[in-house]
Design a protein around this ligand. Structure first.
Ligand SMILES: Cc1ncc(COP(=O)(O)O)c(C=O)c1O
Length: 372
């Protein structure tokens, strides 16, 4: 049995849906009580000082996971809203005919934010979904000098592919193009070191492989661009001194916290920082190795049904399988056996975490084989 299995609330299921929502740690309730509730239970004062420590701990957890200073991370509600804040903050993007490059297989919400936050004349170019997004040459062909911003995702959950983000970011830098990296599908399962590879902005969440629940997203801002950023969606917590309380005077916080806003929520960050700490200690390389080992077991059985990349350099934490006309019967049988997976246009998505082990994967394989 996986030695991590006992650490998580799995509700007796064989849970392979980590591209959607990761399972919480069993210690989450205790951690939440200690960080969020106990100041209320034990102090007569208002608990803001303790709650702001929760946010600082969230930044520290991210700092240790992604190897960048804590103050370069700003808590956010979700990636869509983070992206909107980025777009509105730069004068270079708020001009006529601004040009954006992204992929047609990016998460749709990212496209919605780009379409609505930018001026109507914005030209949003999509790399066609038929092209191989894992190939750096495809990006190179599309990254023309007239582009103002490139949006790239580390991992794509519907295809199980990885983008060559290092190449994309460095090419963008050479051409003076702003880069935004989406790590929603890779944070926690694919190592990322911001000292080795630094886009202008990185946006992510805690809900999937980091098992930290919804609402604890984050924005990382490269120190090279922070001064140019003038967020429009601000509040007193974006102020250099939130407690100055002079309605006639606003100074941006000098750090990424200029992107924060009004009175922040604390609960999601109390839950998530506990979980991110756990994964930062284990390390994303370890999680990746385990996850790829589980994918290997599946690929060994069903290699001709695999729709996601077989090459380990270009495959994400999710394997996609297409059992053609048997797909519906197999999905029903898996659900009946309490094995959680889901399906998108390319096929069934299967994502194993460190709490899954070879017994889980074997059970999955056995159920599929009974119906295929
Ligand atoms: C690649 C990617 N980006 C972003 C998101 C989510 O964006 P948001 O936090 O705005 O809901 C997802 C959700 O599945 C995703 O897969």
């Amino acid at each position: 049995m996986s030695r991590y299995k006992n650490d998580f609330l799995l509700a007796d299921s064989n849970y392979l849906l980590n591209h959607s929502v990761g399972r919480p740690l069993k210690t989450i309730e205790k951690a939440f009580k200690e960080s969020f509730l106990s100041p209320w239970q034990h102090l007569a004062k208002e608990p803001w000082a303790n709650w702001l420590d929760v946010i600082h701990n969230f930044q520290l957890a991210l700092s240790s996971l992604f190897n960048a200073p804590a103050e370069q991370f700003c808590p956010q509600v979700n990636l869509s809203s983070s992206l909107t804040k980025i777009l509105m903050s730069l004068t270079s993007l708020n001009k006529d005919n601004v040009v954006i490059l992204m992929s047609e297989i990016d998460f749709p919400s990212m496209g919605f934010a780009l379409q609505k936050a930018l001026p109507k004349s914005a030209d949003i170019r999509f790399i066609d979904k038929s092209l191989d997004i894992t190939n750096a040459n495809v990006w190179q062909q599309h990254l023309t000098k007239d582009i103002d911003l490139v949006f790239v995702s580390k991992a794509y959950s519907n295809t199980g592919q990885l983008a060559p983000v290092r190449e994309v970011i460095s090419l963008a830098k050479e051409l003076g193009i702003i880069s935004v990296l989406d790590i929603a599908q890779s944070a926690g399962v694919i190592p990322l070191n911001l000292q080795d590879m630094s886009p202008h902005f990185m946006i992510g969440s805690s809900v999937k492989w980091l098992c930290g629940g919804p609402g604890a997203a984050y924005l990382w801002v490269n120190p090279g661009i922070i001064e140019q950023c003038q967020p429009k969606d601000v509040g007193w917590f974006s102020h250099e001194n939130p407690f100055e309380f002079d309605i006639h005077h606003f100074d941006y916080n000098q750090s990424a916290m200029k992107f924060w806003g009004g009175t922040p929520s604390i609960t999601p960050f109390a839950l998530a920082s506990h979980s991110i700490d756990y994964f930062a200690t284990i390390g994303a390389s370890f999680v990746r190795k385990h996850n790829q080992g589980m994918i290997d077991l599946i690929v060994d059985e069903f290699d001709t049904q695999v729709m996601s990349p077989l090459n380990k350099d270009t495959r994400s934490g999710t394997v996609i399988l297409d059992f053609k006309d048997k797909q519906t019967v197999i999905m029903d049988a898996l659900s009946h056996a309490n094995i959680s997976v889901d399906a998108r246009h390319l096929g069934m998505r299967v994502s194993a975490h460190i709490y899954n082990d070879s017994d889980d994967v074997q059970q999955f394989i056995d159920v599929v084989k009974q119906h295929y």
